[in-house]
Design a protein around this ligand. Sequence first.
Ligand SMILES: [Zn+2]
Length: 237
Amino acid sequence: MTKALFREDSYLKSCTATVTEINEMGGIILDQSIFYPTGGGQPGDTGTITTSDGTVIAIATTVKGSTADEIVHVPAADQSVPKVGDTVTLEINWDVRHRLMRMHSCLHLLSAVLPYPVTAGQVSDGKGRLDFDLPEATLDKDEITEKLNAVINQNRPVSADWITEEELDAKPELVKTMSVQPPRGHGHIRLIKVEETDLQPCGGTHVKNTSEIGRVIVRKIEKKGRQNRRVSLMFED
Ligand SMILES: [Zn+2]
């Protein structure tokens, strides 16, 4: 199991860790990590792992391992392999991660501005989208852009809270994303709260305040099949 440091503090840019295993695919497993593994529509982090002798290993992506609690750091091609037991220094590609955090947080706002069931979501560098189960509605790009930026400009705090599975079962309306149920089996589930805006289970990384998101625009609204509307966002700058 890897201790997921980003879950308590998404602003950590570097940390030290101990190599616990190199898996059969060459993936690096550590006792703790600041690298977010691909999941919940957010891509895995890139960055570097520096060994105790100063060798820098480029990490191409990060994924979940054989269990949900295991984080696998996937080296780029032709990188050296660290030794099990070595103390290494981790550094994430912060500029990319911060943009992912901003856009990911913005998708929470989008799900509040458009209060319809969400069937899928995806964040990439500088862009993000949600698919809504919305067969009838006509959506207006400019109107959604305006509403989103209004919430962003209200400097609303974003915070995390943990609840038990029993508490979540008592409030099924918290689960907005029909295709992605909150992870079960750990007893506790993390809720992300955007003050006066949104509350839902989420394992991703978020900014502390909506003002940090910056100005966004709705790029396009597409019809995806009979049931779905896809709303795509990007940063304005
Ligand atoms: Zn989230």
